[in-house]
Design a protein around this ligand. Structure first.
Ligand code: HEC
Length: 104
């Protein structure tokens, strides 16, 4: 019976952890990133897959992408600018993590 008491918090942690990991995609819809970004095709902005590919293995990528989402960006991918996006910091982190994980 003692084992059950130990397993419960572990199970709860796994459930919330997975829910968090799934959140990125819904958040990009909620914050309307999807009006300029698609998963696998260039739109007004680069596709999530192209972003993930460009920054694969780049340890500073998440920090730079977060900065660009918050403050806006121009000239990294082309002439079209991304205006600064207003979303809570933790939402931006979840979305950037999600986008950078979309390698083909
Ligand atoms: C009005 C269109 C538009 C919207 C809305 C938009 N983006 Fe972008 N996004 C762009 C464009 C254009 C670029 C390429 C900018 C450049 O070349 O510097 C870009 C680039 C990016 C990049 C790559 C940044 C880098 O460092 O290379 C990420 C990540 C990103 N967007 C995430 C998001 C997220 C998350 C949201 C929603 C909160 C969002 N975008 C909303 C147009 C948009």
């Amino acid at each position: 019976m003692k084992k059950m008491a130990l397993l419960l918090p572990v199970a709860a942690f796994l459930v919330t952890g997975l829910a968090y990991a799934d959140g990125g995609e819904e958040l990009t819809a909620k914050h309307k990133c999807t009006s300029c970004h698609k998963l696998d095709k260039k739109s007004i902005g680069p596709s999530y897959q192209d972003i993930a590919k460009k920054y694969a293995g780049n340890a500073g990528a998440a920090a730079q992408a977060t900065e660009h989402v918050k403050k806006g960006s121009r000239g990294v991918w082309g002439p079209a600018p991304m205006p600064p996006q207003s979303a809570p910091d933790e939402d931006i982190k979840a979305m950037v993590d999600y986008i950078l994980a979309q390698k083909k």
